[in-house]
Design a binder for this molecule. Structure first.
Ligand code: HEC
Ligand code: HEC
Length: 345
């Protein structure tokens, strides 16, 4: 059994992040250390800031998903046809390209009623996932097993303000049989991740709304300033909503962030963090049980950095990430995620 995070219990006790950090670490967190290089000398001011809202797209209260008219869907390159109703069934993984992956185990394809939704419903048939969850294709088997155990024990939580998002994996993981755990981990780790994300540096970004759980451009809505954010969206919303595993994404990031992220990731930024390649491999594609972060959803990566920095994700493996995230600012999140996402998985 994993002991609950000290930090987590402070937070549960209703204490502010800043107070909890001061209690735990004294005022070491109040100032940036003197030796930090100018480029990364931003004070660690963001430690008590709430999670960056852009990394957790949440539909406006007035948003209604397009009505289910039962129409039959098709996607390019697939002879398959599924109804909209089928693609929205949580106990069914829409499989547009069955020839591209081994046969899905039952838990991935159909789940098990009433609690275990099909893994492939959210993570898709061959595990590319989307910005709203996580890509699973090619993650180390041991790592997947550990994560499922940590969702179940409560060591891994999320700051996602949507209750459904924060609780879906813990409740599914708690309901899985040992066999389902083993089969799903073996299946997803056997798959090869594909490069599906284009990272684009820009000063202006299309105005967006949140279509359920992902950003989409407002038609004719013009542009707005990029700011220190990552705006990740499907290139084709309809294809994404059809759960086509070939869906691609564009992640708009601030100008210069990829190079700044590379610098921080490779050098550690003069003690601001640790070089990522030491554990994630020089190409950031993962080593042993350490997951790859190359080519993965930058929104997902930022949520994990935040969760690990704030003791919400506090499992055995994430202890190794503690010194990595301790001093990161929200600007660093953007830089690191922009760089990692720009790489080939
Ligand atoms: C309702 C949607 C949904 C379903 C169904 C679902 N997941 Fe997830 N999964 C998520 C979300 C959302 C996250 C990201 C959680 C976070 O940010 O901490 C996630 C994260 C994960 C992770 C962590 C990935 C990483 O890189 O650390 C694993 C492993 C995982 N899921 C496995 C599974 C398995 C196995 C199944 C089927 C038994 C499953 N999931 C079913 C939504 C889902
Ligand atoms: C000392 C080893 C070590 C270093 C250095 C390191 N990591 Fe990690 N990282 C890990 C381990 C181990 C995990 C898996 C954590 C777990 O099991 O929960 C991880 C997980 C992650 C995750 C979550 C991945 C997922 O699938 O959910 C992200 C994001 C991440 N690291 C980013 C980075 C970045 C960015 C850097 C460099 C700035 C970095 N890491 C440096 C060991 C390290």
């Amino acid at each position: 059994m994993k002991k609950p995070s000290l930090f987590g219990s402070f937070l549960q006790a209703g204490m502010g992040l800043a107070t909890a950090l001061m209690l735990l670490f004294g005022d070491a967190f109040a100032q940036a250390p003197a030796h930090v290089a100018p480029a990364f000398a931003v004070a660690t001011k963001d430690l008590d800031a709430p999670p960056p809202a852009w990394a957790y797209p949440t539909a406006d209260p007035g948003y209604k998903e397009p009505p289910d008219d039962g129409r039959v869907l098709h996607v390019a390159g697939s002879a398959g046809s599924w109804t909209l109703t089928q693609t929205r069934d949580a106990f069914f993984a829409t499989d547009w390209h069955p020839e591209e992956h081994p046969q899905m185990p039952g838990v991935v394809a159909r789940g098990r009623k009433p609690t275990v939704w099909a893994c492939g419903y959210c993570h898709r048939a061959d595990g590319p996932g989307g910005p709203e969850n996580a890509g699973l294709a090619g993650l180390p088997e041991k790592y997947i097993l550990e994560q499922l155990a940590e969702f179940k024990s409560g060591a891994r939580m999320s700051a996602f303000p949507l209750k459904s998002h924060a609780t879906v994996m813990p409740s599914i993981a708690a309901a899985l049989t040992e066999e389902e755990v083993a089969e799903s981990a073996a299946y997803f780790s056997s798959l090869k991740p594909r490069k599906l994300i284009t990272v684009k540096e820009t000063e202006r970004v299309p105005k967006t709304y949140v279509a359920g759980f992902v950003f989409a451009a407002v038609e004719g809505g013009g542009e707005e300033a990029m700011g220190n954010r990552i705006i990740e969206m499907p290139k084709d919303l309809e294809q994404f909503e059809s759960r086509d595993t070939h869906s691609e994404f564009i992640a708009y990031v601030p100008v210069g962030s990829i190079a700044q992220g590379r610098e921080l990731a490779t050098t550690g930024g003069n003690g601001r963090t640790l070089p990522c390649g030491t554990c994630h491999g020089a190409d950031l594609r993962g080593v042993g049980a350490v997951p790859g972060i190359a080519g993965r959803s930058p929104s997902y990566l930022v949520r994990q950095l935040y969760d690990m920095q704030h003791g919400l994700r506090a499992g055995t493996g994430s202890a190794l990430m503690a010194p990595v995230v301790a001093k990161l600012t929200h600007e660093d999140y953007v830089r690191l995620a922009a760089y990692a996402a720009s790489l080939t998985p």
